[in-house]
Design a protein around this ligand. Structure first.
Ligand SMILES: [Zn+2]
Length: 437
């Protein structure tokens, strides 16, 4: 079942009576009305010759191959089934520009919670994700900085076949241990997402750097004498290796030297291998200039920074003040009834705060392309803009995280006073706030 190039091919997707058909929906119709989600995404059936009234639909046949998976989603690359088809055919359009992203069900077969196999996060449908991006994200982030999302419906046993790929990988031990037993569920929905594929083609003279901007503004709950930003304090608290750390505040500083240092860190963290004829320094400089340019990365950073601040001006502890004993306890189930009350009391601000959390957790794809004159051009787009649900477990986690950072002095760098616990930190501080002391 391994392909010639060593990668895994979904052999299960060899054409069989049309069950690999994937119906691309290019419509923009509203699928959430009056708060109700309509999951009856129209199908296009070749045999019946498009019985759906919507004119903007095309159907095409594809093959898919496992590409990657995270806690919530599985990504598949799209392969052509008929390589000679015209370049402009729907299949080629998909192959060249998109990945198929399918959300896993939030339950795990034979699930027993452990460090090795964490449960996937709550299920959010593709329809909800698209609706959220259209109504909550597009009004605040200019569209040139957002990757494309298209909803897609697929044929009946498509997900079963995708699951058989995941199961086969488990048998082969090519699926990550902590992702095992998390599958896709046909019973929930038959809608997936096509997301713009930012990865350069093999023939492109280009590189892609992928990371998260995280907290571009200091947390509103941080003490006034903080010596670390929220992300840096979090990195220290979670024991992240210094080589894997970068400071978002520094990236958004506008200062050439400060940004450049962080870009170099990101190159190392992402293990970026530039094409042999590229000069390291030139690529770092081009990205730095992009993040300083008012119509380029600086515009994106500012839009994110302003939105993160506007949507969460008071901090989670203002709305969900978890007591210290809850903050320290690993389980906080006794606080759930209180959290439920607090959520209904402060739903408006908490929904906004959740949107700020999405903007802190999204991924940025930075693409550098070299043209025939050896000029480098840089562009950036955001992905993974899934809505965060305002639920008891979520708000308690956010509050506990903040309480842990404040209570243990990670913002102020008090951990350095007890170097027995964190002996490495003293010599390796990377936060921009720290260097300004
Ligand atoms: Zn920092």
């Amino acid at each position: 079942m391994l392909d010639d190039d060593g990668s895994f091919i979904a052999k299960a997707f060899a054409l069989q009576d049309g069950d690999t058909k994937l119906y691309l929906t290019l419509t923009t119709e509203n699928v959430i009305e009056n708060g109700q989600e309509d999951l009856t995404i129209p199908y296009l059936d070749d045999k019946e010759n498009n019985t759906i009234s919507c004119a903007q639909q095309v159907s095409t046949t594809i093959r898919v191959r496992f590409f990657a998976e995270g806690a919530a989603n599985v990504l598949f690359t799209i392969l052509p089934t008929e390589p000679d088809k015209a370049q402009s055919s729907p299949a080629n359009l998909l192959v060249n520009n998109y990945l198929l992203r399918l959300r896993k069900a939030d339950r795990v077969e034979e699930f027993t919670e452990s460090e090795d196999t964490p449960k996937p996060p709550p299920y959010v449908s593709a329809a909800k994700i698209c609706h959220f991006i259209d109504t909550e994200i597009k009004p605040i982030i200019p569209s040139q900085f957002l990757i494309d999302h298209l909803r897609v419906a697929y044929s009946e046993n498509f997900l079963d076949r995708c699951n058989s790929v995941l199961r086969f990988m488990e048998v082969n031990e090519t699926r990550k241990k902590k992702r095992r037993k998390g599958y896709l569920d046909d019973g929930i929905t038959r809608v997936g997402l096509l997301v713009e594929n930012m990865k350069p083609n093999q023939t492109d003279d280009a590189v892609l750097i992928e990371f998260k901007f995280k907290w571009l503004k200091q947390s509103p709950g941080a003490p006034s004498n903080s010596r670390r930003c929220r992300t840096c304090a979090w990195h220290i608290m979670t024991g992240l290796d210094t080589e894997k750390r970068y400071c978002p505040l520094a990236l958004a500083s506008g200062n050439e030297e400060v940004i450049m240092k962080q870009i170099r860190r990101l190159f190392k963290i992402s293990n970026i291998k530039l094409p042999s004829s590229w000069r390291d320094n030139e690529a770092v400089k081009a990205i730095t200039a992009y993040f300083q340019h008012p119509l380029g990365g600086s515009e994106l950073l500012n839009a994110l920074k302003i939105s993160q601040e506007k949507l969460d001006p008071d901090g989670i502890l203002n709305w969900v003040p978890v007591p210290k004993d809850v903050g320290l306890a690993s389980e906080a189930t006794q606080f759930y009834p209180t959290a439920k009350e607090l959520i209904s009391e402060h739903l408006g601000p908490l929904l906004k705060l959740a949107r700020a959390m999405t903007l802190r957790d999204c991924t940025v794809f930075v693409k550098v392309i070299r043209d025939t004159e050896s000029e480098l051009s840089v562009s950036a787009k955001l992905g993974d803009l899934d809505p965060k649900l305002v639920r008891e477990d979520k708000v308690i986690k956010w509050a506990k995280d903040e309480l842990g950072l404040i209570g243990n002095g990670f913002y102020e760098g008090k951990d350095l006073i007890t170097p027995v616990i964190y002996p490495e930190a003293e010599y390796t501080e990377v936060c921009m706030l720290w260097q300004r002391q």
